[in-house]
Design a protein around this ligand. Structure first.
Ligand SMILES: [Mg+2]
Length: 275
């Protein structure tokens, strides 16, 4: 529990007080540069995402034809005849925010600085492969639920972005489930809500918490990594994970003890490397 508390504290400080942000010294934000370049320039990253969505498309058929199939841990009983649905995260799963990440490197100011402005611009690109997958789901009559931790205040910009890209979105349907409050990041209740009405065929995301609870996923990295193995039967069959090397819980999980400065955070990063 000690680690869990630390991680909550880190999240609070990083995301609430812009602790690691400095226009004078950009070196901390610049540590993200190679990961963002990988996302923005590499054929390997795009190919990996095309591969993931191609495999998800194949799994969709299998899932549709097997009424005993559900991909949500929250789905417990009596779901065989419910409307089939998929649950898909938004940021770095559907929308590519790497332009925003680039801005943080160039300005030295991290999230949430400039995040609302970026969302309201509605100019995020799409993750490679996602378009064909979403249209396949729609063609097959599968309901699409975009389940995001973007705050409700960002609803308009998010919908505008999805529509600008021409991705499946119907304003008359409840397709976008957002985060109600600053500290309600756990998606479990929202998945349960969707599973009450639907049979969940597949879950797709870029963070462990797109699939499991924050209670389970907010732990120190050495234990956290074992969760990949714990759910090995889900990956590539019912759960599809988009790689996100640029940010996420994986990074926060390397800080067992709370770093008090950017320098200390960099030291912990170095100490965590395995030579
Ligand atoms: Mg995401």
């Amino acid at each position: 529990m000690k680690s869990l508390k630390h991680i909550f504290l880190i999240v609070f400080i990083i995301y609430s007080n812009n602790f690691f942000s400095s226009e004078e010294d950009k070196s901390f934000q610049e540590q993200s540069m190679l990961s963002v370049l990988f996302v923005q320039t590499s054929a390997e990253f795009a190919a990996n995402n095309i591969q993931t969505y191609a495999n998800a498309s194949k799994a969709l058929d299998i899932a549709l034809n097997d009424k005993s199939w559900s991909a949500a841990l929250e789905q417990i009983d009596d779901f065989q005849d419910k409307q089939p649905a998929i649950i898909i995260d938004v940021d770095e799963t559907v929308l590519d925010n790497s332009n925003f990440q680039s801005r943080t490197i160039l300005s030295g100011l991290s999230y949430p600085n400039g995040w609302k402005e970026w969302v309201d611009e509605a100019k995020a690109g799409e993750v490679a492969g996602v378009r064909d997958f979403l249209y396949l789901a729609e063609e097959k009559g599968v309901a699409i639920y975009y389940l995001t931790n973007r705050l409700e205040s960002l609803r308009e910009g998010t919908i505008k972005n999805l529509i600008n890209l021409g991705l499946p979105f119907d304003k008359n349907k409840n397709m976008l489930l957002m985060r109600k409050e600053e500290n309600s990041r756990d998606k479990t209740e929202r998945r349960k809500h969707i599973a009450n009405k639907n049979r969940i065929l597949l879950v797709i995301g870029d963070q462990l918490t797109d699939f499991i609870s924050t209670d389970e996923a907010y732990i120190y990295h050495k234990e956290r990594k074992k969760l990949a193995e714990k759910y090995s039967e889900m990956w590539g069959t019912k759960w599809f994970l988009i790689t996100n090397p640029t940010y996420g819980r994986w990074e926060l999980s390397i800080y067992e003890d709370f770093p008090e400065s950017e320098e200390e955070a960099i030291e912990i990063r170095k100490d965590t490397l395995v030579p």
